[in-house]
Each structure stands twice: as structure tokens, then as C-alpha cells.
Design a protein around this ligand. Structure first.
Ligand SMILES: Cc1cc2nc3c(=O)[nH]c(=O)nc-3n(C[C@H](O)[C@H](O)[C@H](O)COP(=O)(O)OP(=O)(O)OC[C@H]3O[C@@H](n4cnc5c(N)ncnc54)[C@H](O)[C@@H]3O)c2cc1C
Length: 373
């Protein structure tokens, strides 16, 4: 019988623990903090869900499976986690990312629409287009609330029999031919498998050479006040991704005050989450304020809230998901490179496949840890 240590009960680890426990596989989650904290990659109130995926059509079947599992988690927690308000990608008609969204939709026959001019403005008054721009509407998109989502998965896991060791950092993981030894401040613990889901701490927990491959970056979110309380309402305003110059993602207002804008700029490398500066350079703020002033007339261009989080990235922008090391005892589930939240439930389910049968029927070759970098 398998017994599994899940190291990291953040976004992906909490989902893996839930999916393992649902299958009756004994599992213990270890976290240096506790599910729902904002020191890693899961903070900041909202995450985008979308299916017409510019990162590649290979994700679309995974996104569809993730959507079903989000619904299952909502059902079991009794909480709304994914709000399906739709989503738009807007920018210059011939921009490669607009083309990539349309190609992904075309390959998988997704229900997208392309709007221009007055049609776009009537549908989404929050995001007026400039000359030569188009808006691609993804009706299957929406936003997820990250902190309740992680807590819901951890709670569902515990209810199904998993245990979570909170405030218990793992110092070392030693796989061998018959199992895995997990070392914490309390001593050594033995399991048949270990799932490594340390998110932005990947550089400190992954085995070499994977640890050296992953970089941790700081990502800043800024919230801007609305000029008009009828705009950016969370029950009808779609999530938006603007490509070109400026480039950012933008959410409906969750608290009725601020609208979150994440500017898409090259994010800064940091040595580890512990060295993350919560203060933000003034020139960054000037840059995001200029982007808001130039393209979002419904917002005042000076932020009322600023927060910085961190995330692990691979060189090709795709995560690491699969067995790694001796006898398939260690499963990596990390470094989702700024777009892993929406997929976390299916990543967790794939982890359970790998523990249960050693393989998965889901297409994850693009995430294989041993792919060439
Ligand atoms: C600001 C921002 C915006 C984003 N926007 C989106 C978006 O709109 N849509 C989307 O899909 N994705 C988005 N992402 C990406 C997504 O949030 C991440 O891919 C996802 O949260 C990563 O989850 P994780 O489980 O790898 O990391 P985390 O959620 O950080 O979990 C890692 C956990 O491991 C624990 N841990 C680490 N080391 C140890 C150890 N040694 N011992 C015990 N515990 C340990 C940590 O305490 C933590 O709880 C965004 C990311 C950021 C930062």
C-alpha cells in the first residue's frame, strides 16, 4: 500500500493531497506555514482561469479537466471558488499572442468571439480598444479566489483522511529503491512516495540539477480605485489580458474599492522567498500608473494597494510535473511559471495517477521534468 508525503500544501500540494485522499491513499502534507498563506505563489485575492490558452493547445484538455474538478471542489466546500464571468484578450490584431489564443481556440473548437470597435465597447465598457485592436472573448474564462481555494482543498483532503503537519518545514527528502525518508525538525518519516510541491522554494528543495534550473521571481500586484461604481463589478466584468504595449492582466473589483492590475514586465529574480522585498521601486509604480492612465479610463491611475508575491519559473515557462529520481519514488509538481493556479486541481489529480499506477493518461509531455532544457 502506498503512503505519500506531500511537501508543500500551497496551491498544487493541497490539491494533490485532496486527490490522493479521495482515492483512499494515505497521505501526509507538510508545510512550513499553513494552507492559504500569502508568502508564496498563492496570495493576492484573484487568479485568472481561461481555456483559449496562448501558452499552447496542449493545455486545453488539462484546463477542461481542471474546470470539472473546480466544480467538484466547490460542491464539496459549499463555496464559490471559480466565478465564470468570461474573459477577454485584447491588443493589436496581428499580435502573436492574439494569434496564439485564436489558434488554441481553433484547435480545440472553443467558443470564442472576436469583437472590434463599438461592439467591444458595448460588451466590455471597462476595456476600450485603441485603433487597430481587437478583443477575443473566451466565454469559459473567469476568476478564482486563491486563498479560499487552497483552504477548500486542504479541508477536503483532511475530511477524506489526509493529515497536514502545519508549521513543519521539511529539511531533506532522501529517496531510495524502496521508499522515501522525509526529514523534519521532529525526526525522520518514511513513505513510499514523496510529492515535491514547494512552489517558489523549489530552489531549496528540488534535487540537483533541477534546483539549479528553476528561478524564483517576484511578481507585483497593484489595485486602482474605480471612478464609477457600476464598472468592474465582479458579477459581470470579465477578466482581461492586454497584450502589446502596455501588457497587463486586470480583474473585476473584489472588495468594491480596488481593481487589480498585474503589469506584465520581466519579473525580477530573487534568491529565495525569504529575500523578497515587499517594498516596490518607484519607477515600477510610475510604469503601471502610466499603463492605467493610458488604457483604463474607468480607473484612477494611482494605486491604493500594492503587494508582492513570488513564483518559481523554468527556462521554457512550462512547469515540472512527473516522476523523477530512483524508482519513481519522487514526483515533482512545481515551477508552474506564473500560470499554474487554474490548473492546480488537475495537476493534483495527475499526481494521484502517478502514485497509484506510475503513469497517467493525461498529456503532460510538455511538463516532463526530464525534457531537454
Ligand atoms: C502574483 C501572481 C499572479 C498569478 N496569476 C495567475 C493567474 O492569474 N492564473 C494562474 O493560473 N496562475 C497565476 N499565477 C501562478 C500561480 O499562482 C502559481 O503557479 C501557483 O500558485 C503555484 O503553486 P505552488 O503550489 O507551486 O506554490 P505555492 O502555492 O507557493 O505553494 C508552495 C508551498 O510549499 C511550502 N513549502 C515550500 N518549501 C517547503 C518545505 N521545505 N517544507 C514545507 N513546506 C514547504 C510553502 O510554504 C507553500 O505553502 C500567479 C502567480 C503570482 C505570484
Amino acid at each position: 500500500m502506498s503512503s505519500v508525503a506531500v511537501i508543500g500544501t500551497g496551491t498544487v500540494g493541497s490539491m494533490a493531497l485532496w486527490r490522493l485522499a479521495e482515492r483512499g491513499i494515505p497521505a501526509v502534507g507538510f508545510d512550513a506555514f499553513a494552507p492559504g498563506h500569502d508568502r508564496g505563489a498563492a496570495g493576492g485575492e484573484s487568479r485568472i482561469f481561461r481555456t483559449a490558452y496562448k501558452e499552447g493547445p496542449a493545455y486545453v484538455p488539462l484546463l477542461r479537466a481542471a474546470r470539472g474538478l473546480w466544480a467538484e471542489l466547490e460542491e464539496s466546500s459549499g463555496r464559490r471558488l471559480l466565478t465564470p464571468v468570461g474573459g477577454v484578450t485584447l491588443g493589436p490584431r496581428e499580435h502573436p499572442k492574439i494569434r496564439a489564443v485564436l489558434a488554441s481556440a481553433h484547435t480545440h473548437d472553443l467558443p470564442v468571439e472576436v469583437l472590434t470597435g463599438e461592439d467591444a465597447l458595448r460588451r466590455v465598457p471597462e476595456h476600450p480598444l485603441r485603433d487597430g485592436e481587437v478583443m477575443v472573448v473566451d466565454r469559459e474564462a473567469g476568476f478564482i479566489r486563491p486563498e479560499p481555494a487552497v483552504i477548500a482543498a486542504a479541508t477536503a483532503a483532511e475530511r477524506a483522511g489526509a493529515r497536514i503537519a502545519r508549521y513543519t518545514p521539511v529539511r531533506e527528502v532522501r529517496p531510495d529503491a524502496t521508499g522515501v525518508t522525509v526529514v523534519t525538525g521532529d525526526g525522520e518519516h518514511r513513505f513510499t512516495h514523496a510529492v515535491l510541491a514547494p512552489g517558489p522554494w523549489a530552489g531549496t528543495l528540488l534535487p540537483d540539477p533541477m534546483a539549479g534550473l528553476v528561478t524564483t521571481k517576484a511578481i507585483t500586484s497593484t489595485w486602482f480605485p474605480r471612478r464609477d461604481d457600476t464598472l468592474f463589478e465582479p458579477d459581470r466584468c470579465p477578466i482581461a489580458i492586454r497584450v502589446g504595449e502596455p501588457a497587463y492582466s486586470c480583474f473585476p473589483s473584489m472588495d468594491g474599492v480596488g481593481v487589480k492590475v498585474n503589469l506584465h514586465v520581466p519579473w525580477q529574480d530573487i534568491a529565495s522567498p525569504e529575500s523578497l522585498h515587499r517594498s516596490v521601486p518607484v519607477n515600477y509604480l510610475a510604469q503601471v500608473a502610466a499603463a492605467v492612465a493610458g488604457t483604463l479610463p474607468g480607473l484612477r491611475p494611482d494605486p491604493v494597494r500594492i503587494a508582492t508575491f513570488c513564483e518559481a519559473f523554468t527556462p521554457d515557462g512550462h512547469g515540472l510535473l512527473g516522476s523523477y529520481g530512483p524508482a519513481g519514488r519522487t514526483i515533482l509538481a512545481t515551477a508552474f511559471s506564473g500560470h499554474g493556479f487554474k490548473l492546480a486541481p488537475v495537476f493534483g489529480d495527475i499526481v494521484a495517477d502517478l502514485v497509484e499506477t506510475g503513469s497517467t493518461t493525461r498529456g503532460i509531455d510538455h511538463l516532463a521534468p526530464n525534457r531537454p532544457f
